[in-house]
Structures are given as C-alpha cells and as structure tokens.
Write a protein that binds this ligand. Sequence first.
Ligand code: ADP
Ligand code: MG
Length: 631
Amino acid sequence: MKFKLTRKQKKMLYRIIAAAGLLVIAVVVTHLIDLPWWAELLIYVIPYIVSGYDVLKTAVINLLHGQVFDEKFLMMVATVGAFGSGEYPEASTVMLFYQVGELFQSIAVGRSRKSISSLMDIRPDSATVIRDGIESTVSPDEVEVGEIIVVRPGEKIPLDGIVEEGTSSVNTAALTGESAPVDVNYSDNVISGTVNLTGVIKVKTTSTFGESTVSKILELVENSSEKKAKVENFITKFARWYTPCVVIAALLLAVVPPLVLGMGSWDVWKTWLVRACVFLVVSCPCALVVSVPLSFFGGIGGAAKEGILIKGANYMETLASIDTVVFDKTGTLTKGIFAVEDIHPQEIDKTDLLDIAAACESFSSHPVAQSVVRAHGDHIDKDRISDVKEIAGKGVEAVIDGVRYFCGNGPLMELCKADYHDCHLTGTIIHIAKEVSEGKTEYLGHIVINDEIKEDSASAVKTLKKIGIKRVVMLTGDKEKVAKSVAEKLGLTDYHAELLPADKVERVEKLLSEGCKLAFTGDGINDAPVLMRADLGIAMGAMGSDAAIESADVVLMDDKTMGIAKAVLIARKTMRIVKENVFFALAVKALILVLGAVGIANMWLAVFGDVGVLILAILNAVRAMKIKFKY
Ligand code: ADP
Ligand code: MG
C-alpha cells in the first residue's frame, strides 16, 4: 500500500513524531531525576500541547459556541482530569494516541474518497470543436447540440454523440469496469467519459454537457454520500444522546462513590477521578462514528470500479436484503437486438411492408423499433412522417404521406380493429395495418423478429439462486410463446407475459404484498414506473439511457446480467462489515467501561481500547472496497 499524504496529514505526522520524542524524553528524565511535581507536570504538558493543541482549541471554541458534547470535549475533559489526578504520562499519551487515530482516519477517508473519484476521472476538461472549418478548444459546456467535435487518440470523449467520420476503438472501463475496448465506426453512438484509443474521430454531439451521460453520472456519484443508511442515521442519533450521557455518568462516577465511601480522603477522590477519566476515554464513539460511513463509502467505491453505481448507502442496505429479483425481458435478459427472421406480407410487397414498418418506427427508441429500422438499412425521409404516437407496450401509430398506419403487437391490432392473424413461427411479431377510412383498417401482414438471450443471463440466474435469491421472475410485454421459451432456457422461477407497463406495476405490487423484498431490473424503456415502485430499481445498460439513470436506485453501466449478482454480493459484504464494526466497537467499549468503572482497567487499557478499536474498524472498512467474486 502506498500512501501519499496531504500537506495537512504530513503536518500532523510531524507533530505526532515530535510529541512522541518529547514524551520519551520526559519518561527518561523523570526516571533518572527526582523532580518536584510541578516540573514533572511541565515536561509532560509539553508533548501534550504539541500533539493536542488543535483538539484543545476546537474543544474550547465549541464550548464557547455552546456545543458541549463532542468527542474533542470528551478528550479534553478526560486528559485534563488525568493531569489533575496526577496521571501525567497517561494524560500525555492519551492525546498522542488519539491523534494517531485521527491521522489514520483521515488517511482512510481520503483513500476511499479517491477510489470513488477515480471514477470522477471521467470528467472531460475540454472539447475540440470545429466551427467554420476551424478547430478550437473550448470548455465542454460551450458546445451545442449538433456541433462537430474532434476527438484524438488518448483523449476523453467530452460529449455524447454519433461518429460522423473516422474509426477507432473506445475504452469504456471507467464507466463499465469492462476492459475490452469497443470498436466504433460511422454512425455509431459514443458516450461521454469514455476514452478514445486508436483513431481520430469526428463526432456530432447529441446532447449538451449538462445533459450528457458523464454529467449525470458525476452528479449521481457526488450525491451518493448524502443518502444515509438507517444504520448511519441511527449512529448519528446515538452519538447525540450518548456523549452527554457519558459525561454525566463520568461525573457521577467521580463524585458519588467517594461521597458514599470515604469522605474527605484525597486518595479515594483520586482513585475515582482516574476511573471517571478512564470511563471518558473509552466512551469516545469515534470508531463507530467514523467506520460506518467509511464502510459504505468503501462499498460504493468498490462497486463503482465494477461499473455498478449505487445511489446511496440506503440502497446498499436494501440491496443486501433482497430475496426476489424481477427482470424485464427485452434488453435486460435478452440483447434487445432483434434480427428480422421473416416478412409475411399480405397483398403487398415484402420491401414495401418493411418500408412502412421502418418509417413508423423511425421515431421510437424501443429495441423492437430500432431493429426494424436497422433491418431496413436505407435512408428514411422523416418529412413524410407525421402524427407519430407511441403506445407503450403495444407499438406505434404514424401517418405516412397522409395515410395512417399501425405497427405493433396483437393487442394493438385489436385496438385498431385490424383483421390480423398470428404466425406459426416462434418470435416477436410486428403486425402492420393501414387505416382505410375512419375506424376501418386493412391488415398488411407481419414481420417476425427474434431476439437473442444474453450470453451471461443463464449463469447470472443460476448465480442469483445460488446466493440465496428465492425467486427470479420475468415480466414481459411480449407474447406467451416467446416468454415461455426464454423462461425455460434460463431456468426462471416464474414468468408473466403479455403485460402492459401498468400490468407490470400491478404484478410487482402483488409480489410486494406477498412480502417479497424485491429488486426490479430493467433497461428503462417502458419500465420506469416499475423501477420506481420496486423496493429497489436496478437499471441496466445505462450507458446512454437517461430514463434509466434517473429512475433507478442502482445503475449497471454495462448490460451484463451478472452485474446484479455482483451488486448483491458487494452490498452484503459491505453490510457485514458495517455490522462487524458496530458490534465490535460496542462490545470492546462496553467491556472496558465496566472494567474501568470497577477499577480493573487503567488509563493505558482505555487508550489502547479506543485507538485499537478505531484502527481495526478502519482497516475493516477499507476491506469493503476490495471485492473478489467467487461464484
Ligand atoms: P418487454 O417487457 O419485453 O421489455 P415492452 O413492454 O417494452 O416489452 O413491449 C411489449 C411488446 O409491445 C413488445 O414485445 C412488442 O411486441 C410491442 N411493442 C412495444 N413497442 C413497440 C414498437 N415501438 N414497435 C412495435 N412493437 C412494439
Ligand atoms: Mg423493456
């Protein structure tokens, strides 16, 4: 492990070293020479001030502002009390060790921040835009939609866009965790935040910087630490009550027993004062307060490295507890890239049927639509098309050259009262009908398309079951026949077909009412309402899909199904670490508190207890960042 300390951390380290040196000198001197008490006090106060003056300063300032009960205040009272009862070396060492703990903590927080901000490295600094044939370098904010930018090898792609000229390969690792580069050619989409590797490309921008994928992701990551988990809120509340209680308890411990036991004797007072100080030192809640958010930080950072963005610690908590995963089919379990298998026209040319279908679909972003447009291949004159209406979960209607067409599944044909018939082939069927007069349609035929299951879907489903997810369910708007074949191939627990977006919400609600802890996974097309309704919404293949990034709680940058199993494992590990830390810190503290109160534990044990727990908790928290997958 290599640390690069910040200036502040270096200063702190030097102070710690200086104070430690002075403390050693003090110990040696007091052993060799018999000093009067005030001289002894003085040579122990010097290292105490060197290591702890900022703690004392903050404690006093807070005190003046009426904020009495924080951990710095605890430290001050405890150490001053220790000096007061003649425990000079102890008092000085407590402060020194407290500062060692603080330094440790600041390094750990810095490191896990960095792991998240290594993702921040996706922020592009500039864009090279071509205006009137002249290249100029500007801030990405200044580029407008539709302008042409040049991206050279080694540069970050600053804005989302479409390749106009050139070929290259692009490294998407910062976004997806996937190290294999992706080739891009003319008309391919490129995403901001990825790195251009091999060739010079000219890109026509499709969004402003503020609306670009990179900005959305940065915003998401920056906000993720604000969403607190239940445990974190609990700890904050806990600390608010805890510190005053401890101070009062310490006060009682210092005063009540001597009053009851041995009035007047200084030795009795001293013993109980020391015990009260021990009690105070042990009670510092720092290990708890620091290590819990740090563990979440680590987990969120570790997930980000895998291309999994978790929008907050609260979602980490939910993710760890889910027992049901519901999938959308198209684009989630399947690739969403349909190949046209067959065209079955009725009293019309095959090419004409495809022409009409492609024209209708040319405004839709649905995977089905894009596949038809791709199969058509030729230029589509969009001026001929008007009045396009997308009917979610059914298809589209559009007017081409003044004639209205309907293009979609069986339910859409029923809606427009077309006399359609099903196909003997297995696959997703796109029926096409033409309006002949108001409310009367003529059936033109259908196109059979087929989607492929993603390579890792089957193993992902298997893994999910293996790691204890009870139900893996698929919901789809597609036909029963297609759904059944996918469900069988993947070994799903259950599936429901021919659902409209609203039916999907209903299905999810039914599962929720059965007491499932449910994560819904979709691609954001036609399923944003379900993403919001589930206990946890997971969006997949989010590179470029705004709807998904916005409505989901967890975003998988690439479109590998296995990401869900990984996300669950990361969340579970993080939660385990959080629980370990909370439990361990509380147990050790409780033990030393009891021992201290009855006089078995001395100041030394208290110091080691406190710093030791803090350091172990921090080391444990850092573990959340490193995750190995075994499945
Ligand atoms: P899924 O649940 O599989 O993601 P959707 O709810 O998005 O599917 O769509 C359900 C069905 O509606 C599709 O299988 C398709 O038959 C039809 N459909 C939806 N949008 C379109 C479209 N733009 N063009 C043609 N058919 C469509
Ligand atoms: Mg879908």
